[in-house]
Ligand binder design. Structure first.
Ligand SMILES: *Cc1c(COP(=O)(O)O)cnc(C)c1O
Length: 376
């Protein structure tokens, strides 16, 4: 592969993706299917299905081309590929479920494809057209349908990812990318327990600032968060509760989940001001809570207010929400050397009700009144 000449000042927009060049998705089946793990042995993200979906992008060839499903396997990349040096990368995460009726359904596929599409410009990555990511994901899940586990709580975790592959060390948006989708059968996150987590309120490190990458599912946000999470673990907490980058005063996210509190009769979740990722689970629970008649406010929530509510006995619940666990109750909040116990360290009623309602829709036990499930 020959290296392109350095291109100073090459900062112009990439040509619009040429959608007509895509054609149908070709399928190349593996000749060596692997043994599938037993449902009881499943953990998160360790084993992958027999196939993966891939689509190439080349700015000089008019955009995205050659969508295909191929045997799962290593990528061959030039060590100079831009993703290794400047982290030009983004991903998403969604799940397919096998219902009691044996049918496989993907939760909120359209919204995940839209988030992948809409987040790309912030990273100067060419957006994957939504019909293309939709087709790549459904074709992969169809091909590896047998890998979708069926025991309660299990699912197929799907990881669409875009990386910059152009071998070039100049600092500018790459001209070549790969969009790939891999899938991993995963176990239930909570088991039977639904155990509340011990969370440390972070007042030193910053995950994301307004104007930064926090609103996009960029791998760079995750590496920015690891130091704090490791330090919190060393202190006996499972994760951190991120506070705003400016004053460490307003609450933002619980680890890699959106944050929700029940104060009196008001459900509060921080507003999407740019440093917070717009979770699909967050959107889903806001929708359900409003269906159920709760008042839901998307507004800033400061640590002072939380402490006051805790003191007054009106802080009823805190929980995180995201695709991996759906809902994770927070039982303890560490703040300035003290532990605040929430709801006696027990999971709250709203957290439990939301978890039950969302999983019932995902597994086809409850009617899908919002059109959230895509049957594959
Ligand atoms: C992915 C993610 C979430 C949760 O989003 P879901 O779409 O609900 O899975 C929340 N916060 C961050 C930082 C994330 O990366």
């Amino acid at each position: 592969m020959s290296l392109p000449p350095p291109q100073s000042g090459d900062l112009g927009p990439s040509p619009a993706p040429n959608q007509s060049a895509r054609g149908p998705i070709s399928i190349h089946l593996t000749s060596a299917p692997r043994a599938r793990p037993k449902d009881a042995d499943l953990v998160f993200g360790r084993v992958f299905t027999d196939h993966m979906a891939m689509v190439d992008y080349d700015a000089d060839q008019g955009g995205w081309f050659d969508p295909r499903v191929v045997p799962y396997g290593p990528l061959v990349l030039d060590p100079a590929a831009a993703v290794f040096h400047y982290a030009q990368e983004m991903f998403d995460g969604l799940k397919a479920f096998r219902g009691a009726d044996g049918k496989v359904r993907i939760f909120r596929l359209d919204r995940h494809c839209k988030r992948l599409h809409d987040g790309a410009p912030r990273l100067c990555i060419p957006s994957v057209p939504q019909d293309l990511s939709h087709a790549a994901i459904t074709t992969l899940v169809e091909t590896d349908r047998a890998w979708v586990p069926s025991s309660p709580g299990t699912s197929l975790y799907i990881r669409p990812t875009v990386i910059a592959t152009e071998p070039f060390l100049g600092v500018r948006p790459a001209k070549r990318y790969v969009f790939f989708v891999i899938a991993s059968p995963v176990g239930g996150y909570h088991g039977d327990a639904f155990t509340p987590a011990r969370i440390l309120v972070e007042d030193k490190y910053v995950r994301a600032a307004v104007g930064g990458l926090g609103g996009v599912k960029a791998g760079a946000n995750y590496i920015a968060s690891l130091r704090a999470a490791e330090d919190a673990k060393a202190k006996g907490y499972a994760q951190v509760l991120w506070t705003d980058a400016h004053e460490h005063r307003y609450l933002e996210e619980v680890g890699t989940m959106n944050m929700v509190a029940l104060i009196g009769d008001e459900i509060v979740t921080p507003p999407l001001t740019g440093s917070i990722l717009e979770g699909v689970t967050r959107n889903s629970i806001i929708t359900l809570l409003r269906d159920w008649g709760f008042s839901v406010s998307e507004r800033p929530l400061g640590m002072e207010e939380l402490l006051r509510a805790h003191k007054a006995g009106t802080l009823r619940e805190i929980f995180g929400c995201g695709t991996a666990a759906v809902i994770t109750p927070v039982g303890t909040l560490g703040w300035k050397g003290e532990d605040l116990v929430i709801n006696g360290g027990q999971p709250g009623e709203v957290a439990r009700r939301l978890f039950e309602a969302i999983t019932a829709i995902q597994y086809g036990r409850a009617p899908d009144t919002h059109g959230w499930m895509t049957e594959v």
